[in-house]
Write a protein that binds this ligand. Structure first.
Ligand SMILES: CC(C)(COP(=O)(O)OP(=O)(O)OC[C@H]1O[C@@H](n2cnc3c(N)ncnc32)[C@H](O)[C@@H]1OP(=O)(O)O)[C@@H](O)C(=O)NCCC(=O)NCCS
Length: 169
């Protein structure tokens, strides 16, 4: 769990996006150049992990966006009478290199999954999706019950199985 002196809050002007470095250029650039624009256009919500002694420094971040997959591409276990299966997408998740390997990726993923679990009570969706950026990232998500979506680079976790992941964490 994430407890004081650490906290997760919406990305804001006070956060130093340029200093963030997770080792994957695309994820650093996204935070620096596009996360704010996506926020303004309501395309994504971005949340950052910070330490209260240095609240401008971003320890990690994740983004959340509504999404859907075509019914035909959904695994057989996901039956839907509609043409699309609604989902929430954890588009990006990263931890600054200086903090990697200390459990922050795990805590950040559980934090967003708890947020997702709360949202299931407000809106109907059947899947949590992630877009792993590398083979390493795939390995990371597999540990939390995500599986490959057939024919896509995405991975999914059924909302039905969310409780299992949160319960065993
Ligand atoms: C992947 C990433 C988020 C993991 O964060 P982290 O803080 O280093 O990871 P943690 O210390 O929380 O490790 C959590 C668990 O995942 C495992 N893990 C971490 N990185 C892993 C990887 N690349 N492959 C497989 N497992 C991994 C750890 O061994 C640990 O397992 P354990 O609980 O059994 O000990 C981080 O390394 C990162 O930001 N990488 C670059 C960006 C990236 O790949 N993002 C992924 C989403 S696109």
């Amino acid at each position: 769990m994430i407890r004081p002196p650490f906290r997760v809050e919406p990305l804001g002007k006070q956060h130093d996006r340029a200093a963030f470095s997770c080792g994957v250029r695309e994820l650093d650039e996204y935070l620096r150049s596009y996360a704010g624009q996506d926020e303004k256009r309501d395309l994504a919500r971005c949340f950052v992990l910070i330490h209260e002694d240095d609240p401008g420094a971003i320890v990690g971040y994740y983004t959340l966006t509504n999404a859907a997959i075509a019914r035909d591409t959904a695994p057989g276990e996901l039956r839907s009478p509609y043409s699309e299966v609604p989902a929430l997408l954890i588009g990006r998740l990263a931890v600054d290199r200086s903090h990697q390997g200390r459990g922050w990726g795990r805590r950040l993923l559980l934090h967003v999954l708890l947020r997702v679990a709360r949202l299931t009570k407000e809106s109907g969706f059947a899947l949590v999706l992630v877009d792993p950026i590398s083979q390493d990232a795939t390995g990371f998500y597999e540990r939390f019950g995500f599986r490959n979506l057939p024919g896509a680079e995405r991975m999914y976790l059924r909302v039905k199985d969310l409780r299992k992941t949160l319960g065993s964490a």
